[in-house]
Design a binder for this molecule. Structure first.
Ligand code: MG
Ligand code: ZN
Length: 211
C-alpha cells in the first residue's frame, strides 16, 4: 500500500507541472512532442535526418535527455537547431519539472515546435506526462516485432509510432508489417510511420508532423 501511495504522490506532482507546461505551450503556440524509445532505437538519428530535410523551414528546439553526456545535444546543434541537454545522472526518465527549467534556456518566442527526446527506456517514461501534444514511440526493426506485445504501455500511451531502420529489415529476423500490426493490436489509433534515417524514406512524413 505504501509503495502505491508514494507513486501516486510523485505522479500527481508531475501532472501538476505538466499542466503548467501545457498552458505555456498553448500560450506560446508551441506544439510539443515527447519521443520515447529504447537506447539505440534511432531517436536522435530520425531528428538529424528531419532537420537536414527541413533545413530553413522548421522552427524547432530540442530538449535531450540522457543518463550521461551531451553527445545528442551536440548532434542536434550541428543541424542548426537550438538544443539543451538534461543529464539525469542515473534516472531513467524525464519529468515535467525538468522540462519547465530547461524551457528558460530555449528561444521559446521563436519556435512552434518543441521536441523532447526522452531517456532511452520503454518503461517508466510512459508514466510521466511532459505536457506533450503527441507522444511518439520510436522503435527499430532490429528490436524485434514482438515488443509492442511485451511492453504495451509504451504503445498504448503513444499517439504516433515511428518504426526506424527499415533498411535493416532484410538483415534482421523481424518484419516491419508484423511490428506495425502488433502495435495496432494494442493501440488501433496509432499513426504509424515507417522510416529510415539512412535512406531518408518516410522522414518527409515526420517533417510534416513537426512543421
Ligand atoms: Mg539519442
Ligand atoms: Zn525512470
Amino acid at each position: 500500500m505504501t509503495k502505491i501511495d508514494i507513486k501516486k504522490k510523485v505522479l500527481s506532482k508531475n501532472d501538476e507541472a505538466a499542466l503548467k507546461l501545457k498552458a505555456i505551450f498553448a500560450e506560446k503556440g508551441i506544439k510539443c512532442f515527447n519521443l520515447i524509445g529504447s537506447p539505440g532505437s534511432g531517436k536522435t538519428s530520425v531528428l538529424e535526418a528531419a532537420f537536414e530535410m527541413g533545413k530553413g523551414s522548421l522552427k524547432c528546439a530540442v530538449i535531450e535527455g540522457d543518463v550521461k553526456t551531451d553527445k545528442d545535444m551536440q548532434r542536434i546543434k550541428e543541424k542548426g537547431i537550438p538544443a539543451v541537454q538534461i543529464e539525469t545522472d542515473g534516472a531513467c526518465h524525464l519529468n515535467a519539472e525538468q522540462i519547465g527549467v530547461m524551457l528558460n534556456k530555449l528561444p521559446t518566442e521563436e519556435i512552434n515546435c518543441l521536441i523532447i527526446e526522452n531517456v532511452g527506456n520503454l518503461i517508466c517514461p510512459t508514466s510521466y506526462d511532459l505536457g506533450e501534444e503527441e507522444r511518439m514511440i520510436v522503435i527499430s526493426v532490429a528490436e524485434g516485432d514482438d515488443k509492442p506485445l511485451k511492453y504495451p504501455s509504451a504503445f498504448t500511451s503513444a499517439t504516433v509510432m515511428i518504426i526506424t531502420k527499415i533498411d535493416l529489415a532484410p538483415y534482421v529476423d523481424s518484419d516491419p508489417e508484423t511490428l506495425k500490426n502488433n502495435a495496432l493490436s494494442v493501440n488501433p489509433r496509432l499513426k504509424v510511420l515507417m522510416t529510415s534515417a539512412k535512406t531518408g524514406e518516410g522522414i518527409d512524413r515526420f517533417v510534416e508532423m513537426i512543421s
